[in-house]
Design a binder for this molecule. Structure first.
Ligand code: NAP
Length: 315
């Protein structure tokens, strides 16, 4: 076991890096465990148009890279490791990570959320063989092909628009009539000549398991019950995310969807009682807004709370 740290931050997305900037500037020398998906969701997105301060937008990976440099400049340390197990019933807290054990006086959980899948066996069998949840990672492989995107939110619209750079046709499949996406994103998708939107439609099976290559989709209209085949070479999922909080199950309070419950100032509870020294920020605790700027905001709050806690304990 190494020396006890003042602050460990789990996750290196927008929330974790903002917490790292604030904690590092406060002299807490935070250690950032970068997690399974270093850089978080922004690192696999394209143009971010709504982060204040960038009138022409900024590429997600560049924004993340800038934040990481900013945190490092003030003394944040980074480790390519993820949390395996955590002991919160002892203080300092004990973390068992893929790179060894760490002990820390405060813990900032910014572990974000990961892509949600439909859960069909055929979908799971074809991940990496035509099925993907990351348009920016895999879109390139679909040049000149036809693809489908599932979802009715902003992610699905954004993925579909991005994929038109490669695909000759993109069909958005949404399970309801009404879309969850913002007006501006929906209008962009609807106006694109190579995008078709199909509502009230679900995917029952991805075809091509034997060939290990997506050959099409068996669809069902949920209103009429009519089944049909859509011939596509790729399937992208844009159906939201699942919070990465499983490792805290039973040690802090999670809501019914698995998000960490926090007080208004990002403090964490167990059986409704505050657990001093632990804070959660960003998408792992935010089922409502889930924006880069709100993640950054709660990351800042978590670092300020950690600093206040340490001050109160004579650090
Ligand atoms: P979301 O808003 O929760 O939308 C998820 C969509 O997937 C919904 O339409 C949902 O259908 C559908 N869905 C969920 N589970 C499904 C299943 N098992 N089968 C079929 N469809 C399913 O998630 P998101 O699009 O990832 O957006 C998350 C947040 O990030 C939002 O606040 C969004 O505004 C933000 N965001 C913003 C931008 C941008 O501004 N450029 C880009 C991406 C994301 P129902 O509608 O029927 O529930």
């Amino acid at each position: 076991m190494t020396d006890t740290r003042d602050t460990v931050i789990l996750g290196s997305g927008c929330a974790g890096l903002t917490a790292a900037i604030y904690a590092a500037r406060a002299g807490l020398k935070p250690l950032v465990l970068e997690g399974h998906e270093p850089g978080g969701q922004l690192s696999i997105t394209t143009l971010v148009e709504n982060f204040p301060g960038w009138p022409d937008g900024i590429q997600g990976p560049e924004l993340i890279d800038n934040m990481k440099k900013q945190a490092a400049r003030f003394g944040a340390a980074f480790q390519l490791a993820h949390l395996k197990q955590v002991e919160l019933n002892t203080h300092p807290f004990r973390l068992h990570t893929s790179a060894g054990e760490v002990s820390t006086r405060t813990l900032i959980v910014a572990s974000g959320a990961s892509a949600r899948w439909l859960g069909l066996p055929s979908e799971q069998a074809l991940i990496g063989h035509g099925v993907s949840s990351c348009a920016t990672c895999d879109g390139f492989f679909f040049r000149g092909k036809e693809i489908a995107v599932v979802g009715g939110g902003d992610s699905a619209m954004e993925e579909a628009l991005f994929l038109t750079r490669f695909a000759t046709k993109v069909t958005i499949l949404h399970r309801r009539e009404a879309f969850r996406a913002s007006k501006i994103m929906l209008e962009r998708a609807m106006a694109h000549p190579n995008i078709e939107l199909r509502t009230n439609t679900v995917v029952d099976e991805v075809l091509g398991v034997d060939e290990l290559d997506v050959r099409g989709l068996r669809l069902r209209d949920v209103v009429t019950g009519v089944e049909s085949i859509l011939h596509v070479n790729g399937l992208f999922l844009g159906i939201g995310h699942i919070p990465n909080a499983k490792m805290f199950h039973g040690q802090i309070d999670l809501d019914d969807e698995g998000y960490i419950r926090t007080s208004e100032n990002v403090l964490v509870t167990h059986h409704g009682v505050l657990v001093p020294g632990i804070y959660a920020c960003g998408d792992v605790q935010d089922r409502r807004y889930r924006q880069a700027i709100t993640a950054a905001g709660t990351g800042c709050m978590a670092a300020l709370e950690a600093e206040k806690f340490l001050e109160g304990h004579g650090r």
